[in-house]
Design a binder for this molecule. Sequence first.
Ligand SMILES: O=C(O)c1ccccc1NCC(=O)[C@H](O)[C@H](O)COP(=O)(O)O
Length: 215
Amino acid sequence: MAEVHVKICGLSTEATLDAALDAGADLVGFVHFPKSPRHVSLEKGRGLAGRARGRAQRVVLLVDPDDVLLAAVAETLDPDWIQLHGKESPQRVAEIRARTRRPVLKAVGVAAAADLVALPDYAEVADRLLLDAKPPPGADLPGGNGRSFDWDILRGVVLPAGTMLSGGLDAENVGTALSRTGLAAVDVSSGVEIRPGEKDPARITAFVAAARRRA
Ligand SMILES: O=C(O)c1ccccc1NCC(=O)[C@H](O)[C@H](O)COP(=O)(O)O
């Protein structure tokens, strides 16, 4: 059985980035979205992304970025992936991928089976999909809310290889989530934090170990 791919998202300090790298995370995510408690400036992101180079795939997380920001992010952080967590259309995803010449991880919000209808169009243009719990109405953040969706919605659904499961995961439930969905890649933010924006090295280590154990 292929090893589970683990992404730790919303890293904003050298110490917690090092914890994720030492734990063996495959991808590390840096949020550039000022409303987020995990937001990092482009300069801070440059330092973190540089620190992780060669040790994990570096993902910069953007929400409905314009072309000016995209150019600045590509130049400053030189990310391995761009994660799009906003309302980007499939056409915009294709544009961003072409413009930045970086692989794109497109987040799709899931609350009900109807939300899966959009997946084939995004799968056509994005390099990977990330299935996250749809934010509650009026939420400040499009992601990073520590909420999960009903994983049984995915039962019997054929998903592209590499599709990541996200939303409300932690060391306690990630094994069950992997077993129930059959996916082989997970992403976490809140579930490895002491409080919003403050990652806990011990929880990061525990999450990676639990994901690798599966259920
Ligand atoms: O993490 C954030 O603060 C964030 C802000 C704006 C857009 C997306 C954001 N996070 C995206 C992620 O990839 C999270 O890891 C994902 O939504 C899961 O979050 P959580 O449920 O807290 O584990």
